[in-house]
Write a protein that binds this ligand. Structure first.
Ligand code: ZN
Length: 120
């Protein structure tokens, strides 16, 4: 699509003109129900922080907190972006937490086996 203000060519899904910053798409005020459809993953992020992996959980909490504030600021694209990042860090934290737990269980099993072998 072309910018109606300066005529610069932009991607069809562009939110703002790359040249002048003019908003390209019709600015429609979304009803609150539509705004709430962007998941912020805050609950998952807190669970990851508490149960799995603290550093990655905190990163996803930071992004999760940005989702609501960006929705309120009308930055839907930014909110979706933050939502995606919160989701990504949740999964990274979950995966690493899972691996860490498996390693911890493995180490415990090995030490139990080693201890029982020493008994003979
Ligand atoms: Zn423009």
């Amino acid at each position: 699509m072309f910018c109606r203000k300066c005529g610069a060519q932009n991607a069809d899904n562009a939110y703002k003109c790359v040249q002048c910053g003019e908003e390209l798409q019709q600015v429609t005020v979304l009803p609150p129900t539509t705004q709430m459809k962007i998941p912020n993953y805050l609950v998952q992020a807190i669970l990851i922080t508490l149960c799995c992996c603290l550093p990655f959980g905190i990163v996803s909490i930071v992004y999760a907190a940005q989702v609501n504030s960006k929705v309120q600021a009308g930055d839907i694209q930014g909110a979706l972006d933050a939502s995606g990042k919160a989701k990504m860090w949740c999964w990274i934290g979950f995966a690493l937490g899972l691996v860490a737990n498996i390693i911890a269980i493995g180490v415990q099993l090995i030490s139990v086996i080693a201890a029982s072998r020493q008994g003979y």
